[in-house]
Design a protein around this ligand. Structure first.
Ligand SMILES: NC(=O)c1ccc[n+]([C@@H]2O[C@H](COP(=O)([O-])OP(=O)(O)OC[C@H]3O[C@@H](n4cnc5c(N)ncnc54)[C@H](OP(=O)(O)O)[C@@H]3O)[C@@H](O)[C@H]2O)c1
Length: 168
């Protein structure tokens, strides 16, 4: 059963700034919420605590990765003290797929375990970003589908949804 990493990144690889997202892109938020429906979720503690996180985890089963002992999570949540522990816990869940939601630290450590990537490329350069999606090799990952969109009144930047599958 698959492990999928889902992220939105700028053209220069930025996913976060000052603890939040560097943009407001409602079309990507709607896409993201649809993609994680029915998933078991894995997240780093910092992303979980961001405002975005609180909405995302409502009524979901999930695991938060933290080094903190006795960390308390909301309903449906469990704790893991390493990425490997979180992945192992997720693999035991009877769900169609497991979705890694970041942030940067967790994407980097979880990439070796992922089977698929679902990325939204937000076509802008973000200055002073402090969280990044990890670089990955085109030899290891095949782009299977992409769907470009123009900017519009609600979404200030053009964006492209991309699906990658690990090359076996
Ligand atoms: N654009 C996107 O798609 C997207 C998605 C998600 C997040 N973000 C953004 O990314 C930023 C947050 O990313 P981040 O890299 O700073 O933080 P993060 O990956 O969300 O969380 C980092 C925390 O995870 C825990 N952790 C990391 N590695 C661990 C390990 N090996 N074992 C145990 N615990 C471990 C630690 O928690 P403790 O400190 O509790 O020990 C660490 O402080 C925010 O700006 C957020 O908005 C963007």
């Amino acid at each position: 059963m698959k492990i999928v990493m889902i992220a939105a990144r700028s053209d220069n690889g930025v996913i976060g700034k000052d603890g939040g997202l560097p943009w407001s892109m409602p079309a990507d938020e709607a896409f993201f919420l649809n993609e994680i429906e029915g998933c078991f979720l894995l997240s780093g503690r910092k992303s979980y605590e961001s405002n975005q996180g609180n909405t995302i985890f409502k009524d979901k089963q999930f695991v938060i990765i933290t080094r903190r002992k006795n960390y308390k999570v909301g309903p449906g949540g469990e704790i893991a003290h390493s990425v490997e522990e979180g992945i192992a816990l997720a693999r035991h869940k009877q769900v169609p797929r497991r979705c890694v939601l970041g942030g940067g630290e967790i994407y980097r450590q979880a990439l070796p375990y992922a089977d698929e990537l679902i990325l939204t490329d937000i076509h802008t350069q973000v200055e002073n970003g402090d969280a990044f999606f990890p670089a990955f090799s085109a030899e290891d990952w095949k782009l299977t589908q992409q769907e470009p969109h123009e900017a519009d009144a609600n979404n200030p930047f053009p964006y492209t949804f991309k699906w990658f599958r690990r090359q076996l």
